[in-house]
Design a protein around this ligand. Structure first.
Ligand SMILES: Cc1ncc(COP(=O)(O)O)c(C=O)c1O
Length: 421
């Protein structure tokens, strides 16, 4: 076995960086951009590339309405607006998620109520049950990293308690729970399509729903004037507001959507390829006792990322940070300890709503400590993340990554003292 790079103070082999490139830019993408540039770079209504993309997205998902936004925050802001939150409403949410899943709630004078996660790092239905009160209006869930939440239980809870179900599908494009696509369970779902996501083009977002009321309200918020006027029926109560409504214009850019439309047509292939790469990686690292993969049984992951759990006790007491450093020295440039996808209860925004926004909040949200969320704290503190590759030419890199992980793992198990140097 070669010596560890961490002890020799240099990387073992050099591979050209970056080791992960996403999205793939090819001639076809360049062509659709140029074509769109010559057509138009501003669209006021549901026409052109907006219409084509939204219809394709809805058809792909068997949905009635899809609406593009210029950012995730805009989309989710519209989501919360469209369900008409009232002051003091409570929205149950995962404690472990990207903060943007829920931060726009705080613009509505409502309260996010964090719930601990289950063994798969998703919101735990039992925790949801414990936190429902007469003020609970909705539950927002995130299918974290690529694994669908426990939808049977969550849907039942929503039905029995008359709660709305909102879904953040940003990590789980086309994931399935018991052979049913994740977004088919909800009242409204939103997808981040920022550049790292499985379906991407830079910065744009989609909100989808089968409910016409939510759609019209989102439309009014998203696109004053022409689009709202032409799509909201004349006899609808909202029609008269369609020129101005909330005065906001949050629409996406046609160039980005032209590319995204092309990407949408390749999605099935992307998912299939990601699945192959992820399965290869799992098979290869499965025997490493201190690295745990989640069990996804009857769920079909969509492989936004490859997240492993590190078990320090099984790793002869070696700290996660030390293991990470050893891998980085071997040249796993893409390895990440995902810090910003974090624990909601620790963000000052949520601890100090009345300081951050005293115009709205007279009192504070209940404050929590790590003890209230043992599972999410454990998950967060032990997560290691890699990308999921998908191109034939990535094979060499993936094989190298697996080789380096196995090499460092060998030392963790057999010669742990070398990490103490
Ligand atoms: C679960 C989840 N929701 C929402 C977002 C926000 O997406 P964006 O970066 O597009 O604002 C992210 C960002 O990565 C995310 O991971």
């Amino acid at each position: 076995m070669n010596k560890l790079a961490i002890n020799w103070w240099e990387k073992s082999v050099s591979l050209p960086v970056p080791h992960y490139k996403w999205p793939n830019i090819d001639d076809k993408i360049e062509k659709v951009v140029i074509e769109q540039l010559h057509k138009t770079i501003s669209i006021y209504d549901k026409s052109g590339i907006f219409e084509e993309f939204e219809n394709n997205f809805s058809n792909y998902h068997w949905l009635n309405h899809s609406l593009l936004f210029n950012s995730w925050t805009s989309a989710i802001f519209a989501m919360f607006e469209s369900i008409w939150l009232w002051p003091w409403d409570e929205i149950l949410c995962p404690n472990y998620t990207f903060f943007a899943t829920i931060s726009p709630i705080t613009y509505n004078w409502a309260f996010p109520i964090p719930c601990d996660c289950d063994k798969d790092w998703n919101i735990d239905p039992n925790e949801i049950l414990k936190k429902i009160t007469s003020k609970t209006k909705a539950i927002i869930i995130t299918h974290m990293w690529w694994i669908p939440c426990n939808m049977d239980l969550i849907v039942n809870i929503c039905k029995e308690n008359n709660l709305l179900l909102l879904e953040d599908c940003s990590h789980a494009h086309w994931a399935e729970y018991k052979w049913k696509k994740v977004w088919t369970f909800w009242d409204i779902a939103a997808w981040s399509l920022q550049w790292k996501k499985t379906l991407t083009w830079w910065e744009w977002w989609v909100l989808s729903t089968n409910n016409e009321e939510y759609y019209y309200k989102s439309l009014l918020l998203w696109h004053y004037n022409k689009r709202s006027s032409s799509e909201i029926p004349l006899d609808h109560d909202y029609h008269k507001y369609s020129t101005t409504w909330f005065w906001l214009k949050l629409r996406a850019h046609p160039l980005a959507i032209a590319i995204a439309n092309d990407e949408l047509s390749r999605l099935d292939t992307y998912l299939q390829d990601r699945n192959e790469f992820a399965s290869y990686m799992i098979n290869e690292v499965n025997d490493i006792s201190f690295l745990q993969m989640p069990n996804f049984d009857d769920k079909l992951p969509s492989w936004y990322a490859f997240v492993m759990q590190y078990n320090q006790d099984e790793a002869n007491g070696i700290l996660l940070e030390k293991f990470y450093e050893a891998l980085i020295c071997e040249w796993l440039d893409e390895l990440d300890i995902p810090f910003s996808t974090s624990l909601i209860h620790n963000f000052d925004l949520f601890k100090e709503l009345n300081n951050v926004n005293p115009r709205l909040y007279k009192e504070n949200i209940k404050t929590y400590t790590d003890i209230d969320f043992p599972n999410s704290v454990k998950f967060y503190n032990n997560a290691l993340k890699l990308p999921v590759w998908n191109r034939e030419c990535d094979k060499e890199i993936v094989e190298k990554y697996v080789e380096w992980i196995k090499k460092v793992a060998y030392y963790v198990v057999n010669e742990p003292w070398v990490f103490k140097k």
